[in-house]
Design a protein around this ligand. Structure first.
Ligand SMILES: [Zn+2]
Length: 322
């Protein structure tokens, strides 16, 4: 009889479900739409229905389910198992997600921030498998992050730790939605890299392929910048390199605080692979202190968008099974 934990990853448009075995093997991931119009009741029902489907499958195989882990976007009150709210789902305010889903499935349940869960997913089953200390940076709309210290997720005293995207890298720099200035995510997330470039094109009258795309589509994205850079556009190369510089600055600061085995990069921008890690490593090695050689590895994430659901199940294993 094999033992599994259920992972549930709550997103704004879809909820993902999967089983993680004791042997760290992951089963098929199923997906259901997030009911955005029925408040917490609809979301909880959908989570229980998807979880029950996996539990039934396991029962047919004669396998045991040990617990359920839920990854959800912040803000959360993790120790209470409560989601504070989700901007795109009205009626989720202060929903006791952990207890309702746990009771519905008849299983011990645990709630975790989705970025932390994704970091644990990469740590257990992806790019961080060989690490004890690992940091995941997800370069997407913003810059999500999770920190694994000696094998455990770092939460901080007020459950507000591991917000590397809001580490200040430019005093008096870009304004951020969090109320600070010069936050890392404003310089190197996929969205803000493109937004900064678009602003410069307009302000400085930059001409070239990006200017043309901006004219045609009314916006540019990080993929447009990457393509223009590959085609030899000097402005695209400059803004890409600037993002790599700030990201390297963030990585050096991470090393000074945590000394991780590995910094793993995920999200849309990490899809650039070598085109990102090449210039990043150049800046990283130059900015890094000289008291000791660079030993922290920088790697591309392996689980893609599944890191969150894998990690949510991993959180359940930590809480219920190990
Ligand atoms: Zn910020």
């Amino acid at each position: 009889m094999a033992r599994h934990c259920i992972g549930i990853d709550l997103g704004g448009t879809a909820i993902k479900f999967g089983l993680l075995g004791e042997d760290r093997r992951f089963g098929e991931i199923i997906q259901r739409p997030t009911p955005t119009d029925r408040g917490a009741d609809g979301v909880v029902e959908q989570m229980i229905a998807g979880g029950q489907k996996l539990a039934n499958q396991a029962a047919e195989e004669g396998d045991e389910i040990v617990g359920v882990g839920i990854g959800a976007p912040g803000p959360l009150r993790i120790s209470e198992g409560v989601i504070v709210g989700m901007p795109n789902i009205p009626g989720m305010e202060n929903a006791p997600l952990r207890d309702r889903v746990g009771e519905g499935l008849g299983l011990p349940a645990v709630l975790e921030n989705d970025a932390n869960a994704a970091a644990l997913g990469e740590f257990l089953c992806g790019a961080g498998k060989a690490a004890r200390n690992m940091v995941l940076l997800t370069l997407g709309t913003g810059l999500g992050s999770g920190i694994i210290v000696e094998g455990e997720i770092l939460h901080g005293a007020h459950e507000m730790g591991a917000e590397i995207g809001h580490m200040v890298v430019q005093p008096e720099g870009e304004e951020c939605g969090c109320g600070q200035r010069g936050c890392l995510e404003r310089y190197c997330s996929a969205k803000f890299l493109a937004r900064r470039a678009a602003r410069r094109i307009k302000a400085e009258g930059v001409t070239g392929p990006l200017d043309e795309t901006l004219e045609d589509k009314g916006e540019i994205n990080s993929l447009d910048i990457e393509r223009a850079r590959e085609a030899g556009d000097a402005f695209a190369a400059e803004v890409w390199d600037e993002a790599a510089y700030y990201l390297a600055l963030g990585c050096v600061n991470i090393c000074r605080i945590f000394d991780p085995d590995e910094i793993v990069l995920g999200g849309g921008l990490a899809g650039a692979g070598e085109a990102l890690t090449g210039p990043l490593m150049g800046h990283f090695e130059r900015l890094h202190w000289s008291m000791a050689p660079v030993v922290t590895k920088i790697a591309i994430a392996r689980l893609g968008n599944d890191a969150g659901v894998v990690g949510a199940a991993g959180v359940a294993w930590r809480a219920c099974g190990e």
